[in-house]
Design a protein around this ligand. Sequence first.
Ligand SMILES: Nc1nc2c(ncn2[C@@H]2O[C@H](COP(=O)(O)OP(=O)(O)O)[C@@H](O)[C@H]2O)c(=O)[nH]1
Ligand SMILES: [Mg+2]
Length: 251
Amino acid sequence: MIPTERPTVPLGQVAVIIPTYNERDNIESIVTRVRTAAPAVDILVVDDNSPDGTGEIADKLTASDPRVHVLRRPGKSGLGTAYIAGFSWALEAGYDVMVEMDADGSHDPQDLPVILTALESADLVIGSRYVPGGTVVNWPKSREALSRGANIYVRLMLGIPVRDATGGYRAYRAATLRQIGLEDVDSQGYCFQIDLTLRTIERGGAVTEVPITFTERARGASKMSRAIVFEALWRVGLWGLTGRRRSRRRA
Ligand SMILES: Nc1nc2c(ncn2[C@@H]2O[C@H](COP(=O)(O)OP(=O)(O)O)[C@@H](O)[C@H]2O)c(=O)[nH]1
Ligand SMILES: [Mg+2]
């Protein structure tokens, strides 16, 4: 969905939020790459007390760069709550834009300037694998089929014109996050991304997708699980069947 008539609004200060759980081999590289690709942004790492020492590495990065921040949580509590904690921290600190980015290198920091430029005339920008020009590298066919299938299911169930509603490389305006009621979001994983996309659209927000190349991680292990996939299946099904979008519009 590409808004056409909207005037551009300057962005202000950007916080890139990077959730981590056992990303020891990736954290330093991703922080350095973000710093190089977008020197004006600040970074917040949200680490869930990773047993592999990711948090300690992040603390060292903070010591040498005051624009890198670390939020340490006591234990693994899921991607959704990690982002909500990160968003809350950044909203409180007065940032104007919050970017979601994985630590594992799947999201190329070099795409950040394009994503941020698109946000000048949108409320949410999704780095999209499934718009023309977007692509996935090094995923097994089964994983890509799952992701594509999930996005078709989302479009059918929710009726939203977004090609990559599960994508986790995205930028929000602070005002958007303030409006969508983060306090009652309890979706995790992919469903968290779908939930926030739907909430943005429900409140009249403009969503733009820009094509990205998503590259499967080279180091460390994925935290995706069957439970995360099933959560998205049942919640999206429920939202679709109960007409969540229509009832919220009336509210
Ligand atoms: N803080 C935190 N980060 C998480 C959690 N689960 C996943 N992550 C991070 O979220 C990002 C995406 O996770 P990943 O395992 O790569 O998922 P995949 O890309 O769907 O396979 C990575 O940076 C992970 O370290 C969690 O429970 N807590
Ligand atoms: Mg990943």
